[in-house]
Design a protein around this ligand. Structure first.
Ligand SMILES: [Zn+2]
Length: 124
């Protein structure tokens, strides 16, 4: 059921390796998340918004880094391109666009929907 060509796996490996070093070299600026004292209330609001953004991008980077390293692991284990949920092949087109994709489109959609619903429940 191997639908990926060796060339695509090698390309993916290269892209993943580059992404990995890009992510690990990006430093989080300390001042972005440091809590600063301020007398102005507007400043405080702005700063906390900035802090949320900084934390958000840090979380996203960490998540991507995890996905990238897992994808590299799957290449080593010869399971690259296989959905981690239903174990069907992930389409080569999807992998070309997102080399660290862990799930096929159907499983990813199901997860995104579940996550969105969870967020709504949290907000309520
Ligand atoms: Zn799947």
């Amino acid at each position: 059921m191997q639908t990926l060509e060796l060339k695509q796996i090698l390309d993916a490996k290269q892209v993943l390796g580059m992404k990995m070093s890009e992510l690990s070299s990006a430093k989080t600026r300390r001042e972005d998340i440091a809590i600063e004292k301020t007398s102005e209330e507007m400043d405080a609001i702005q700063q906390s918004a900035d802090r949320i953004l900084a934390l958000d991008s840090m979380t996203r980077r960490w998540e991507t880094q995890t996905l990238v390293s897992e994808a590299l692991q799957r290449i080593e284990n010869n399971t690259y391109g296989i959905c981690s949920d239903c174990e069907e092949a992930i389409s080569p087109k999807r992998l070309a666009a997102l080399p660290w994709a862990k799930f096929c489109i159907a499983c990813q959609d199901a997860r995104d929907t579940a996550t969105a619903e969870m967020r709504w429940t949290d907000a309520a």
